[in-house]
Design a protein around this ligand. Structure first.
Ligand SMILES: Nc1nc2c(ncn2[C@@H]2O[C@H](COP(=O)(O)OP(=O)(O)OP(=O)(O)O)[C@@H](O)[C@H]2O)c(=O)[nH]1
Ligand SMILES: [Mg+2]
Ligand SMILES: [Zn+2]
Length: 275
């Protein structure tokens, strides 16, 4: 029996990396019974003669969208144009990651397509995200980004067409498939079809399939406020205040002042989706 990491999955075929060697393995029936199937990122025990995954070692973390485990960071790759920036989708992804206790980093792409004025507007918005403690990089700041990623297992997530595979190609000097977005529909073409971890320099980057919408309705109403991390800094009259219809709410008092308006609006939209 040997220990390795799953770096790729295509239906029931898993690519497992054991001591720098790659093995194509299947998972045994017991996982179907346990209702817990192996996913990319899992550390597993494998039987190398029969090419079977025998056990999944305890996970440090796990997330369903994108489906991956044991990551140190997740880069939310976000285009400022083509497809147009959606702060709503960005806030939703942040919720999803904070809820699953995975550290998010925002990576902005396609700044080359912006006018000076647009760039200024976006700089103000993203300074807010920095202020609340989320690291923000442009996809042109490769050296800075690489230093930040050093030693880590990192997943890239984001809308289809945002530039995830392009970024990995640039950093790793490799050649993952990329494609222009559909100009007619204004969105990506779901070019990447499976999750795969690539060893690059002294870190690991997982490319994942992009999406166009994200479902967070598994989060409970009382839990949602904790995924908007800056809300914890304010005092409300009621301990269980969800910052919605309550009186004397410290969060509502700061909306448009200390709290970015779009953040609070997105919070309310998500809360209503959970009802
Ligand atoms: N102008 C510009 N184009 C970019 C940039 N980054 C990526 N692109 C282009 O955007 C398109 C989509 O890039 P991909 O890397 O395929 O996007 P993806 O996020 O991997 O998309 P999926 O695999 O569908 O999830 C490609 O045509 C890239 O060349 C950028 O910073 N500027
Ligand atoms: Mg891709
Ligand atoms: Zn409140």
């Amino acid at each position: 029996m040997s220990k390795g990491r799953i770096i790729k999955q295509i239906s029931n075929l898993y690519t497992v990396l054991v001591d720098d060697k790659i093995y194509d393995c299947r998972s045994c029936g017991k996982f179907r019974l346990d209702k817990m199937s192996p996913v990319v990122g899992d550390i597993v025990n494998v039987d190398l003669t029969r090419k079977y995954i025998i056990d999944i070692l305890p996970r440090k973390n796990y997330i369903l969208r994108p489906t991956i485990s044991n990551i140190d960071l997740c880069l939310i790759v976000t285009a400022l144009k083509e497809p147009d920036l959606s702060l709503n989708l960005l806030d939703k992804q942040l919720c999803n990651l904070f809820y699953n206790k995975i550290k998010p980093v925002i990576v902005l792409t396609k700044i080359d397509l912006l006018t000076k004025n647009e760039l200024k507007k976006y700089n103000n918005i993203f300074n807010y995200y920095k202020k609340i403690g989320i690291a923000v990089f442009y996809n042109t700041e490769l050296e800075k980004l690489e230093k930040y990623l050093s030693g880590k297992v990192v997943a890239l997530t984001g809308q289809s067409g945002a530039g995830k595979s392009t970024l990995i190609n640039k950093i790793g000097n490799i050649n993952l498939k990329t494609a222009e977005i559909s100009k007619a529909l204004g969105r990506g073409k779901h070019t990447t079809r499976h999750t795969e971890i690539h060893q690059i320099k002294d870190f690991w980057l997982a490319d994942t399939p992009g999406f166009s919408s994200l479902d967070i309705t598994n989060i409970k109403k009382q839990e949602l406020k904790n995924t908007f991390i800056e809300f914890n800094n304010y005092q409300c009259k009621f301990k269980d205040c969800i910052h919605y219809k309550e009186i004397d709410c410290g969060v509502k008092k700061e909306v448009g002042k200390e709290i970015l308006l779009s953040r609070y609006e997105d919070y309310c939209k998500f809360l209503e989706e959970l009802k």
